[in-house]
Design a protein around this ligand. Sequence first.
Ligand SMILES: [Zn+2]
Ligand SMILES: [Zn+2]
Ligand SMILES: [Zn+2]
Length: 469
Amino acid sequence: MTIPNPYDSPTARRAFLAHLDRLAALTETEQDLVRLGQMPGLGRWLEQIHNIGGCAHPIYITGHTTTRDTITGDVLRHYTTRDEPGGRLAIRCGNRRAGLCPSCSRLYQGDTFHLVRAGLIGGKGIPDDVRTHPRVFATLTAPSFGPVHRAGTCHSNRRGRCAHGRTRRCRTVHADDDPRIGQPLCADCYDYVGHVLWNAHAPRLWNAFCINLYHHLAAAAGVKRSRIRKHVRICAAKVAEYQARGAIHFHAVIRIDGPDGPGSTPPAWATTGLLIETIRTAAGAVRLFAPPSSAYGERQLPYGDQFEAHALRADAGGTLTDEQVAAYVAKYTTKSAHESGALDHRIGHPDRISHLPLTAHHRALIGTCWRLGNVPELAHLNLHAWAHTLGYRGHCLTKSRTYSTTYTELRAERARHQGALYTHDTEDTVTASAWSYAGSGHTPGEALIALGIAENVARSRELARGARA
Ligand SMILES: [Zn+2]
Ligand SMILES: [Zn+2]
Ligand SMILES: [Zn+2]
């Protein structure tokens, strides 16, 4: 077992404390290990846990599946959990968050990598020609809601004091892990309402940007808006991520295809340079307003001007490689909300907000979500339910249907290789299955064994990768 170095990062510190807890609980775990050692079918249980990569929170199911020949009725394949240890089978929890299940999150990260990569260079059913289409990696941010401490040189040149008597200047040069980064210089000046409204409307802001992108491309090409989809199709894969200040920002791979999708060539006027310029103007032109309310008046929700776009096509002078971008996007999808100052779990009652183990700034954002959750005009945003994610209720990764393959298809492909529960009937076969839930999670001893298996699986994957490289 590797012992996390507590000086590495807040994550490592938490892991180190968890490690100490594990040591303290050793007697209980030892007893449990003795029990496991005597368990009938231990070998098969270990095999099950190995098959699911040492998942940290497996789901146990009972049931059976039978595949028959459609015409003769002969049984071609039969599996029942009756012969398994305890009469049940472990399946993966499938959680994408590294802090909750390292094994399943690695799998999810791998799937995201392949999904994003296929949209950049082809494969998994996407033609290789997409690599010749204009492709851009863009970052879209929220506007400023008030000055916050920032990494490196902070606000060293600002003068005077705010209306609350606080200095507008910060001469500190903040190290990258300084917990003050992202905290406002004056919490009373900070526009918490605007910030939460922006996060809550982030999915709509993204849609508005995509519509503008078509309109602005049409204008640049001299084509009618209503006709632009007869010339090009735009597709994207984007991740939503929290900045240190708790605002959502988007990283997106955006690609132009011809009118029939990935397999058709875009027109000559659709260049990478034009795409970059159009992304900039399309984001800048978004005019979205929060529903007007007496609670905060009229609020416009613009994009911030910290805009970035990089060409991904090598001959257009791209600085980022396809692999780098796919790995970058994949890494973000497994971050837990907690690592970004939000929470992984819903808040049941507003009284709990003041006790949350978060910065004052993040507690203030959650408190603002709760207050705005009582505003009738915002009822549709369901802000009480999304206070723990600072108002954002979108998905971590979203993509256009035509961008590339899907998670479902990637999982099915893996299941086909692994056999087990995968059933895919042809016209010659028919399968009947019945499964039910039989519990979840590990006992302390089982958790320790699963952790060891997960680390072994990860290590052998690293070695295999090293051998290929
Ligand atoms: Zn898992
Ligand atoms: Zn500062
Ligand atoms: Zn102030």
